[in-house]
Design a protein around this ligand. Structure first.
Ligand code: SF4
Length: 486
Protein backbone atom coordinates (compact mmCIF):
# COMPACT_ATOMS: atom_id res chain seq x y z
CA UNK A 1 0.00 0.00 0.00
CA UNK A 2 1.33 3.40 -0.97
CA UNK A 3 0.68 6.32 1.40
CA UNK A 4 1.39 9.69 -0.13
CA UNK A 5 1.84 12.57 2.33
CA UNK A 6 1.56 16.06 0.87
CA UNK A 7 2.14 19.24 2.86
CA UNK A 8 2.71 17.48 6.19
CA UNK A 9 4.69 14.69 7.83
CA UNK A 10 2.24 13.09 10.27
CA UNK A 11 3.51 9.74 9.08
CA UNK A 12 3.30 7.87 12.38
CA UNK A 13 -0.45 8.16 13.00
CA UNK A 14 -1.35 7.93 9.30
CA UNK A 15 0.70 4.79 8.74
CA UNK A 16 -0.62 3.13 11.91
CA UNK A 17 -4.20 3.74 10.81
CA UNK A 18 -3.55 2.18 7.41
CA UNK A 19 -2.24 -0.90 9.21
CA UNK A 20 -5.39 -1.12 11.32
CA UNK A 21 -7.50 -1.40 8.15
CA UNK A 22 -5.00 -3.37 6.05
CA UNK A 23 -2.98 -5.50 8.49
CA UNK A 24 -1.65 -7.77 5.74
CA UNK A 25 -0.19 -4.99 3.62
CA UNK A 26 3.15 -3.33 4.05
CA UNK A 27 2.75 0.45 3.96
CA UNK A 28 5.27 2.46 1.95
CA UNK A 29 5.33 6.21 2.52
CA UNK A 30 6.14 8.68 -0.21
CA UNK A 31 6.06 12.48 -0.07
CA UNK A 32 4.42 14.91 -2.48
CA UNK A 33 4.13 12.26 -5.18
CA UNK A 34 1.75 12.34 -8.12
CA UNK A 35 0.61 8.72 -8.07
CA UNK A 36 -3.11 7.99 -8.62
CA UNK A 37 -2.70 4.52 -7.04
CA UNK A 38 -1.65 6.01 -3.70
CA UNK A 39 -3.82 6.96 -0.76
CA UNK A 40 -3.04 10.68 -0.57
CA UNK A 41 -3.22 12.62 2.68
CA UNK A 42 -2.88 16.35 2.01
CA UNK A 43 -2.69 19.52 4.12
CA UNK A 44 -3.26 22.84 2.37
CA UNK A 45 -3.36 26.40 3.67
CA UNK A 46 -6.75 27.99 2.99
CA UNK A 47 -8.40 31.15 4.21
CA UNK A 48 -8.58 31.15 8.01
CA UNK A 49 -6.83 27.83 8.50
CA UNK A 50 -5.92 24.51 6.97
CA UNK A 51 -7.73 21.95 4.85
CA UNK A 52 -6.85 18.32 5.58
CA UNK A 53 -7.97 15.70 3.10
CA UNK A 54 -7.58 12.02 2.31
CA UNK A 55 -8.32 10.71 -1.18
CA UNK A 56 -8.09 7.35 -2.85
CA UNK A 57 -9.70 5.89 -5.97
CA UNK A 58 -12.00 8.88 -6.45
CA UNK A 59 -13.26 8.93 -2.84
CA UNK A 60 -12.35 11.88 -0.62
CA UNK A 61 -12.78 13.07 2.98
CA UNK A 62 -12.05 16.66 4.05
CA UNK A 63 -11.78 18.52 7.36
CA UNK A 64 -11.00 22.13 8.23
CA UNK A 65 -8.71 23.22 11.11
CA UNK A 66 -8.78 26.95 11.99
CA UNK A 67 -5.39 28.60 12.29
CA UNK A 68 -6.18 29.70 15.88
CA UNK A 69 -7.04 26.16 17.04
CA UNK A 70 -5.44 25.34 20.41
CA UNK A 71 -2.45 22.96 20.07
CA UNK A 72 -2.49 23.55 16.34
CA UNK A 73 -0.04 20.80 15.30
CA UNK A 74 -1.95 18.22 17.35
CA UNK A 75 -5.25 19.35 15.83
CA UNK A 76 -3.77 19.09 12.32
CA UNK A 77 -2.43 15.61 13.00
CA UNK A 78 -5.77 14.46 14.41
CA UNK A 79 -7.59 15.84 11.39
CA UNK A 80 -5.19 14.12 8.99
CA UNK A 81 -5.72 10.82 10.82
CA UNK A 82 -9.48 11.31 10.96
CA UNK A 83 -9.84 11.87 7.22
CA UNK A 84 -7.91 8.62 6.58
CA UNK A 85 -10.03 6.83 9.17
CA UNK A 86 -13.31 7.97 7.60
CA UNK A 87 -12.11 7.17 4.09
CA UNK A 88 -10.98 3.66 4.98
CA UNK A 89 -14.03 3.00 7.15
CA UNK A 90 -16.28 3.69 4.15
CA UNK A 91 -14.10 1.74 1.77
CA UNK A 92 -13.81 -1.39 3.93
CA UNK A 93 -17.09 -1.23 5.86
CA UNK A 94 -15.03 -1.97 8.99
CA UNK A 95 -15.23 0.12 12.18
CA UNK A 96 -12.21 -0.46 14.45
CA UNK A 97 -13.41 -0.80 18.06
CA UNK A 98 -10.62 1.43 19.38
CA UNK A 99 -11.17 4.07 16.69
CA UNK A 100 -8.07 6.08 15.89
CA UNK A 101 -6.27 4.97 19.03
CA UNK A 102 -3.05 3.27 17.94
CA UNK A 103 0.34 2.88 19.58
CA UNK A 104 -0.76 3.96 23.05
CA UNK A 105 -2.33 1.95 25.83
CA UNK A 106 -5.96 3.05 26.19
CA UNK A 107 -5.98 3.03 29.99
CA UNK A 108 -2.68 4.93 30.16
CA UNK A 109 -4.09 7.67 27.95
CA UNK A 110 -7.37 7.60 29.87
CA UNK A 111 -5.53 8.10 33.20
CA UNK A 112 -3.63 11.07 31.75
CA UNK A 113 -6.79 12.63 30.30
CA UNK A 114 -8.79 12.03 33.49
CA UNK A 115 -6.12 13.85 35.49
CA UNK A 116 -6.02 16.70 32.96
CA UNK A 117 -9.71 17.23 32.19
CA UNK A 118 -11.81 15.06 34.52
CA UNK A 119 -13.48 11.69 33.99
CA UNK A 120 -16.47 12.72 31.88
CA UNK A 121 -14.55 14.94 29.47
CA UNK A 122 -11.89 12.25 29.12
CA UNK A 123 -14.52 9.74 28.05
CA UNK A 124 -16.08 12.25 25.66
CA UNK A 125 -12.67 12.83 24.12
CA UNK A 126 -12.30 9.08 23.55
CA UNK A 127 -15.64 8.70 21.78
CA UNK A 128 -15.99 12.06 20.01
CA UNK A 129 -12.41 12.89 19.04
CA UNK A 130 -10.68 9.50 18.86
CA UNK A 131 -13.80 7.71 17.59
CA UNK A 132 -13.47 4.90 20.14
CA UNK A 133 -16.64 2.79 20.42
CA UNK A 134 -18.65 3.63 23.59
CA UNK A 135 -18.28 0.16 25.13
CA UNK A 136 -14.49 0.33 24.74
CA UNK A 137 -14.43 3.85 26.20
CA UNK A 138 -16.32 2.57 29.25
CA UNK A 139 -13.88 -0.35 29.56
CA UNK A 140 -10.85 1.94 29.36
CA UNK A 141 -12.34 4.21 32.03
CA UNK A 142 -13.08 1.28 34.36
CA UNK A 143 -9.53 -0.07 33.96
CA UNK A 144 -8.02 3.39 34.38
CA UNK A 145 -9.74 3.84 37.76
CA UNK A 146 -8.28 0.53 39.05
CA UNK A 147 -4.83 1.08 37.59
CA UNK A 148 -4.62 4.60 38.97
CA UNK A 149 -5.34 3.32 42.48
CA UNK A 150 -2.67 0.61 42.21
CA UNK A 151 -0.06 2.92 40.70
CA UNK A 152 -0.42 5.46 43.49
CA UNK A 153 1.01 2.86 45.94
CA UNK A 154 4.32 2.71 44.06
CA UNK A 155 7.16 4.85 45.47
CA UNK A 156 10.32 6.26 43.86
CA UNK A 157 12.44 3.55 45.51
CA UNK A 158 10.05 0.72 44.57
CA UNK A 159 11.02 -2.12 42.27
CA UNK A 160 9.68 -5.50 41.20
CA UNK A 161 11.56 -8.67 40.40
CA UNK A 162 10.95 -10.77 37.30
CA UNK A 163 12.40 -14.22 36.65
CA UNK A 164 12.22 -15.94 33.30
CA UNK A 165 11.94 -19.70 32.86
CA UNK A 166 11.83 -19.98 29.06
CA UNK A 167 10.95 -23.66 28.78
CA UNK A 168 7.69 -25.32 27.74
CA UNK A 169 6.73 -28.97 27.33
CA UNK A 170 5.79 -28.34 23.68
CA UNK A 171 5.07 -25.36 21.49
CA UNK A 172 1.54 -23.96 21.14
CA UNK A 173 0.60 -23.17 17.56
CA UNK A 174 -0.06 -19.48 18.20
CA UNK A 175 3.01 -18.84 20.39
CA UNK A 176 5.14 -15.80 19.63
CA UNK A 177 7.27 -15.91 22.80
CA UNK A 178 10.88 -16.99 23.00
CA UNK A 179 10.35 -20.31 24.69
CA UNK A 180 12.31 -23.49 24.35
CA UNK A 181 10.33 -26.67 23.90
CA UNK A 182 11.86 -29.42 26.06
CA UNK A 183 10.33 -32.42 24.35
CA UNK A 184 13.74 -33.78 23.33
CA UNK A 185 16.47 -35.13 25.69
CA UNK A 186 19.02 -32.60 24.36
CA UNK A 187 16.69 -29.70 25.12
CA UNK A 188 15.95 -31.10 28.59
CA UNK A 189 19.71 -31.15 29.30
CA UNK A 190 19.72 -27.34 29.24
CA UNK A 191 17.46 -27.03 32.26
CA UNK A 192 19.90 -28.06 35.00
CA UNK A 193 22.77 -25.71 34.01
CA UNK A 194 20.22 -22.98 33.36
CA UNK A 195 18.77 -23.23 36.86
CA UNK A 196 22.27 -23.18 38.42
CA UNK A 197 23.13 -19.94 36.64
CA UNK A 198 19.72 -18.47 37.42
CA UNK A 199 20.47 -19.00 41.12
CA UNK A 200 23.73 -17.08 40.67
CA UNK A 201 21.99 -14.25 38.87
CA UNK A 202 19.33 -14.06 41.60
CA UNK A 203 22.08 -13.72 44.24
CA UNK A 204 23.92 -11.01 42.27
CA UNK A 205 20.74 -9.04 41.60
CA UNK A 206 19.56 -9.27 45.20
CA UNK A 207 22.90 -7.90 46.39
CA UNK A 208 22.63 -4.91 44.05
CA UNK A 209 19.05 -4.13 45.13
CA UNK A 210 20.08 -4.36 48.79
CA UNK A 211 23.07 -2.04 48.32
CA UNK A 212 20.87 0.50 46.56
CA UNK A 213 18.27 0.39 49.33
CA UNK A 214 15.42 -0.34 46.93
CA UNK A 215 12.01 -1.47 48.14
CA UNK A 216 10.59 -4.74 46.77
CA UNK A 217 6.93 -4.57 45.73
CA UNK A 218 6.23 -7.73 43.74
CA UNK A 219 7.86 -10.86 42.39
CA UNK A 220 6.80 -12.64 39.21
CA UNK A 221 8.16 -15.86 37.76
CA UNK A 222 7.05 -16.19 34.16
CA UNK A 223 8.06 -17.84 30.97
CA UNK A 224 7.61 -20.05 29.12
CA UNK A 225 6.16 -22.33 31.67
CA UNK A 226 8.01 -22.17 35.02
CA UNK A 227 6.41 -25.43 36.15
CA UNK A 228 8.43 -27.21 33.46
CA UNK A 229 11.02 -27.24 36.27
CA UNK A 230 10.89 -30.06 38.82
CA UNK A 231 9.58 -29.48 42.35
CA UNK A 232 13.17 -29.48 43.64
CA UNK A 233 14.27 -26.93 41.04
CA UNK A 234 11.27 -24.70 41.80
CA UNK A 235 12.11 -24.88 45.52
CA UNK A 236 15.73 -23.98 44.79
CA UNK A 237 14.70 -20.94 42.76
CA UNK A 238 12.15 -19.75 45.34
CA UNK A 239 14.58 -20.34 48.22
CA UNK A 240 17.23 -18.31 46.39
CA UNK A 241 14.75 -15.45 46.04
CA UNK A 242 13.90 -15.68 49.75
CA UNK A 243 17.61 -15.74 50.66
CA UNK A 244 18.58 -12.70 48.59
CA UNK A 245 15.47 -10.51 48.56
CA UNK A 246 13.24 -9.19 51.37
CA UNK A 247 10.40 -11.45 50.25
CA UNK A 248 8.39 -10.82 53.42
CA UNK A 249 8.07 -7.13 52.47
CA UNK A 250 6.75 -7.91 48.97
CA UNK A 251 3.03 -7.52 48.47
CA UNK A 252 2.78 -10.29 45.92
CA UNK A 253 4.66 -13.36 44.67
CA UNK A 254 3.22 -14.81 41.48
CA UNK A 255 4.29 -17.93 39.60
CA UNK A 256 2.85 -18.53 36.19
CA UNK A 257 2.25 -22.25 36.52
CA UNK A 258 0.80 -22.02 33.04
CA UNK A 259 0.14 -25.30 31.36
CA UNK A 260 -1.84 -27.96 33.18
CA UNK A 261 0.37 -30.67 31.63
CA UNK A 262 3.26 -29.47 33.84
CA UNK A 263 1.44 -29.05 37.15
CA UNK A 264 1.76 -31.71 39.86
CA UNK A 265 0.87 -31.73 43.54
CA UNK A 266 4.53 -31.79 44.65
CA UNK A 267 5.27 -28.68 42.56
CA UNK A 268 2.24 -26.86 43.97
CA UNK A 269 3.30 -27.81 47.51
CA UNK A 270 6.84 -26.59 46.83
CA UNK A 271 5.54 -23.23 45.58
CA UNK A 272 3.09 -22.80 48.43
CA UNK A 273 5.73 -23.69 51.03
CA UNK A 274 8.06 -21.10 49.45
CA UNK A 275 5.53 -18.31 49.99
CA UNK A 276 4.11 -17.99 46.49
CA UNK A 277 0.88 -16.04 46.94
CA UNK A 278 -0.62 -16.20 43.45
CA UNK A 279 -0.44 -18.70 40.62
CA UNK A 280 -1.78 -18.78 37.12
CA UNK A 281 -3.25 -21.87 35.49
CA UNK A 282 -3.86 -21.24 31.84
CA UNK A 283 -6.15 -23.59 29.95
CA UNK A 284 -6.88 -20.96 27.21
CA UNK A 285 -10.03 -22.96 26.36
CA UNK A 286 -12.08 -25.77 27.89
CA UNK A 287 -12.89 -27.18 24.46
CA UNK A 288 -10.88 -30.39 23.97
CA UNK A 289 -10.98 -30.18 20.18
CA UNK A 290 -9.57 -26.66 20.25
CA UNK A 291 -6.87 -27.75 22.71
CA UNK A 292 -5.74 -30.42 20.24
CA UNK A 293 -5.84 -27.88 17.45
CA UNK A 294 -3.52 -25.44 19.24
CA UNK A 295 -1.00 -28.13 20.10
CA UNK A 296 -1.80 -28.59 23.78
CA UNK A 297 -1.28 -32.01 25.30
CA UNK A 298 -3.84 -31.77 28.05
CA UNK A 299 -7.60 -31.93 28.26
CA UNK A 300 -10.09 -29.46 29.68
CA UNK A 301 -10.59 -31.85 32.61
CA UNK A 302 -6.84 -31.72 33.35
CA UNK A 303 -7.10 -27.95 33.73
CA UNK A 304 -10.08 -28.29 36.07
CA UNK A 305 -8.28 -30.96 38.11
CA UNK A 306 -5.19 -28.74 38.38
CA UNK A 307 -7.29 -25.86 39.62
CA UNK A 308 -8.84 -28.05 42.35
CA UNK A 309 -5.42 -29.42 43.25
CA UNK A 310 -4.11 -25.86 43.63
CA UNK A 311 -7.03 -24.99 45.93
CA UNK A 312 -6.28 -28.13 48.00
CA UNK A 313 -2.64 -27.06 48.19
CA UNK A 314 -3.79 -23.80 49.79
CA UNK A 315 -3.73 -21.25 46.96
CA UNK A 316 -6.40 -18.59 47.48
CA UNK A 317 -5.41 -16.36 44.57
CA UNK A 318 -5.50 -18.15 41.23
CA UNK A 319 -5.63 -16.68 37.75
CA UNK A 320 -6.91 -18.50 34.69
CA UNK A 321 -6.03 -17.30 31.18
CA UNK A 322 -8.41 -17.64 28.24
CA UNK A 323 -7.94 -16.73 24.59
CA UNK A 324 -10.78 -15.49 22.38
CA UNK A 325 -10.38 -16.26 18.70
CA UNK A 326 -8.49 -19.56 18.78
CA UNK A 327 -8.72 -21.40 15.49
CA UNK A 328 -11.88 -23.62 15.35
CA UNK A 329 -13.32 -22.06 18.53
CA UNK A 330 -16.80 -20.52 18.23
CA UNK A 331 -18.83 -18.06 20.32
CA UNK A 332 -20.91 -21.00 21.62
CA UNK A 333 -17.94 -23.06 22.67
CA UNK A 334 -16.26 -19.96 24.16
CA UNK A 335 -19.46 -19.40 26.16
CA UNK A 336 -19.22 -22.95 27.53
CA UNK A 337 -15.55 -22.35 28.39
CA UNK A 338 -16.47 -19.20 30.28
CA UNK A 339 -19.20 -21.07 32.13
CA UNK A 340 -16.72 -23.76 33.16
CA UNK A 341 -14.18 -21.20 34.36
CA UNK A 342 -16.74 -19.13 36.27
CA UNK A 343 -17.97 -22.29 37.99
CA UNK A 344 -14.47 -22.75 39.41
CA UNK A 345 -14.53 -19.14 40.72
CA UNK A 346 -10.85 -18.22 40.30
CA UNK A 347 -9.87 -14.85 41.75
CA UNK A 348 -8.55 -13.63 38.37
CA UNK A 349 -9.63 -14.34 34.81
CA UNK A 350 -7.50 -12.91 32.03
CA UNK A 351 -9.19 -12.80 28.65
CA UNK A 352 -6.80 -12.42 25.74
CA UNK A 353 -7.60 -11.85 22.10
CA UNK A 354 -5.58 -14.06 19.81
CA UNK A 355 -2.66 -12.20 18.29
CA UNK A 356 -1.74 -13.76 14.98
CA UNK A 357 1.73 -14.50 13.79
CA UNK A 358 2.44 -12.89 10.42
CA UNK A 359 2.79 -16.31 8.78
CA UNK A 360 -0.39 -17.84 10.15
CA UNK A 361 -3.16 -19.01 7.84
CA UNK A 362 -5.68 -16.54 9.22
CA UNK A 363 -3.41 -13.59 8.54
CA UNK A 364 -2.95 -14.67 4.95
CA UNK A 365 -6.68 -14.86 4.33
CA UNK A 366 -8.25 -11.71 2.96
CA UNK A 367 -10.31 -9.84 5.61
CA UNK A 368 -9.58 -12.50 8.22
CA UNK A 369 -8.87 -9.94 10.90
CA UNK A 370 -12.15 -8.09 10.49
CA UNK A 371 -14.26 -11.20 9.74
CA UNK A 372 -12.81 -13.16 12.65
CA UNK A 373 -13.45 -9.95 14.55
CA UNK A 374 -17.22 -10.43 14.55
CA UNK A 375 -16.94 -13.76 16.39
CA UNK A 376 -14.28 -12.41 18.76
CA UNK A 377 -16.41 -9.33 19.45
CA UNK A 378 -19.21 -11.68 20.56
CA UNK A 379 -16.83 -13.67 22.76
CA UNK A 380 -15.39 -10.57 24.41
CA UNK A 381 -18.82 -9.01 24.97
CA UNK A 382 -19.92 -12.27 26.57
CA UNK A 383 -16.80 -12.32 28.77
CA UNK A 384 -17.34 -8.71 29.78
CA UNK A 385 -20.98 -9.12 30.79
CA UNK A 386 -20.52 -12.46 32.57
CA UNK A 387 -17.36 -11.45 34.41
CA UNK A 388 -19.14 -8.29 35.57
CA UNK A 389 -22.27 -10.23 36.64
CA UNK A 390 -20.05 -12.60 38.62
CA UNK A 391 -18.34 -9.84 40.62
CA UNK A 392 -15.13 -9.38 38.62
CA UNK A 393 -13.80 -5.99 37.61
CA UNK A 394 -11.36 -5.09 34.85
CA UNK A 395 -8.07 -3.91 36.35
CA UNK A 396 -5.53 -4.01 33.56
CA UNK A 397 -5.58 -4.02 29.83
CA UNK A 398 -3.23 -3.92 26.89
CA UNK A 399 -3.45 -4.23 23.16
CA UNK A 400 -1.13 -6.12 20.85
CA UNK A 401 -0.52 -5.61 17.19
CA UNK A 402 -2.11 -8.20 14.89
CA UNK A 403 -4.90 -8.96 17.36
CA UNK A 404 -7.96 -10.33 15.62
CA UNK A 405 -10.40 -7.45 15.15
CA UNK A 406 -7.96 -5.02 16.81
CA UNK A 407 -9.37 -5.91 20.21
CA UNK A 408 -7.62 -6.06 23.58
CA UNK A 409 -6.47 -8.26 26.48
CA UNK A 410 -8.17 -7.64 29.81
CA UNK A 411 -7.37 -8.82 33.32
CA UNK A 412 -10.50 -9.31 35.47
CA UNK A 413 -10.29 -9.77 39.22
CA UNK A 414 -12.26 -10.02 42.40
CA UNK A 415 -11.82 -6.98 44.68
CA UNK A 416 -8.34 -6.85 46.20
CA UNK A 417 -7.01 -9.74 44.10
CA UNK A 418 -5.44 -7.87 41.21
CA UNK A 419 -1.98 -8.83 39.99
CA UNK A 420 0.06 -5.79 40.99
CA UNK A 421 3.04 -6.86 38.90
CA UNK A 422 0.96 -6.76 35.71
CA UNK A 423 0.03 -3.15 36.32
CA UNK A 424 3.49 -2.01 37.44
CA UNK A 425 5.17 -3.69 34.51
CA UNK A 426 2.68 -2.43 31.94
CA UNK A 427 2.80 1.14 33.20
CA UNK A 428 6.58 1.12 33.70
CA UNK A 429 5.99 2.97 36.95
CA UNK A 430 9.06 1.59 38.72
CA UNK A 431 12.16 -0.47 38.01
CA UNK A 432 11.83 -4.13 37.15
CA UNK A 433 14.98 -6.14 37.86
CA UNK A 434 14.92 -9.19 35.64
CA UNK A 435 16.84 -12.47 35.68
CA UNK A 436 17.03 -15.33 33.20
CA UNK A 437 17.18 -15.83 29.46
CA UNK A 438 15.09 -13.36 27.49
CA UNK A 439 14.56 -11.20 30.57
CA UNK A 440 14.91 -7.43 30.25
CA UNK A 441 15.70 -5.24 33.24
CA UNK A 442 13.83 -1.95 32.97
CA UNK A 443 15.40 0.81 35.01
CA UNK A 444 13.04 3.65 35.82
CA UNK A 445 14.30 7.02 36.95
CA UNK A 446 12.96 7.44 40.52
CA UNK A 447 11.68 10.99 40.04
CA UNK A 448 11.35 11.29 36.30
CA UNK A 449 10.28 9.54 33.12
CA UNK A 450 13.66 8.15 32.00
CA UNK A 451 13.63 4.41 31.26
CA UNK A 452 16.64 2.34 30.31
CA UNK A 453 16.71 -1.33 29.40
CA UNK A 454 19.42 -3.86 30.18
CA UNK A 455 19.01 -6.98 28.05
CA UNK A 456 19.86 -10.54 28.98
CA UNK A 457 20.61 -13.02 26.22
CA UNK A 458 17.49 -14.30 24.57
CA UNK A 459 18.02 -18.05 24.38
CA UNK A 460 18.95 -20.50 27.16
CA UNK A 461 22.08 -21.80 25.39
CA UNK A 462 23.42 -18.22 25.02
CA UNK A 463 22.49 -17.47 28.62
CA UNK A 464 24.53 -20.48 29.70
CA UNK A 465 27.56 -19.98 27.43
CA UNK A 466 27.83 -16.19 27.87
CA UNK A 467 26.75 -15.79 31.48
CA UNK A 468 29.84 -13.77 32.47
CA UNK A 469 29.10 -11.15 29.82
CA UNK A 470 25.55 -10.92 31.04
CA UNK A 471 26.69 -10.64 34.66
CA UNK A 472 28.94 -7.71 33.73
CA UNK A 473 25.93 -5.84 32.32
CA UNK A 474 24.36 -5.81 35.79
CA UNK A 475 26.83 -3.08 36.79
CA UNK A 476 24.63 -0.65 34.87
CA UNK A 477 21.90 -0.96 37.52
CA UNK A 478 24.13 0.76 40.10
CA UNK A 479 25.48 3.44 37.80
CA UNK A 480 21.95 4.23 36.61
CA UNK A 481 20.81 4.90 40.17
CA UNK A 482 23.97 6.91 40.82
CA UNK A 483 23.12 9.09 37.82
CA UNK A 484 19.44 9.41 38.70
CA UNK A 485 19.58 9.51 42.48
CA UNK A 486 16.39 9.58 44.47
S1 SF4 B 1 2.70 -22.26 27.03
FE1 SF4 B 1 2.90 -20.11 26.45
S2 SF4 B 1 5.10 -19.75 26.18
FE2 SF4 B 1 4.76 -21.98 26.14
S3 SF4 B 1 4.56 -22.51 23.98
FE3 SF4 B 1 2.48 -22.19 24.77
S4 SF4 B 1 2.04 -19.99 24.38
FE4 SF4 B 1 4.27 -20.29 24.15
Amino acid sequence: MLLNLCGHDFHYECENLCRVFYPNDSVRIVYDADDPAALTSRMETVEGGFRLSASWDGARETLFVPSDAPRLAEAQELAAAKTIFLLLQKRTGYTPPWGMLTGVRPSKLMITLMREMGALQAQDYFTDTLLVQPDKTALAAAVARQEDRILRASRPESYSLYLSVPFCPSRCSYCSFVSHSVNSPSARKLIEPYVKLLLREIAMTGEIARELGLRLESVYIGGGTPTTLSAAQLSAVCNAIAAHFPLRDAREFTVEAGRPDTITRDKLDALHAAGVSRISINPQTLNDDVLVHIGRRHSAQDAIDCFRMARDAGFDNINMDLIAGLDTDTPDSFRRTLGGILALAPENITVHTLALKRSSRMVQEENALSEGGAAVAEMLADAQSRCTENGYMPYYMYRQSRCIGNFENVGWCRAGKECLYNVYMMEEVHTVLACGAGAVTKLREPHGPMIERVFNFKYPYEYISRFDELAARKARIKTFYEEYTY
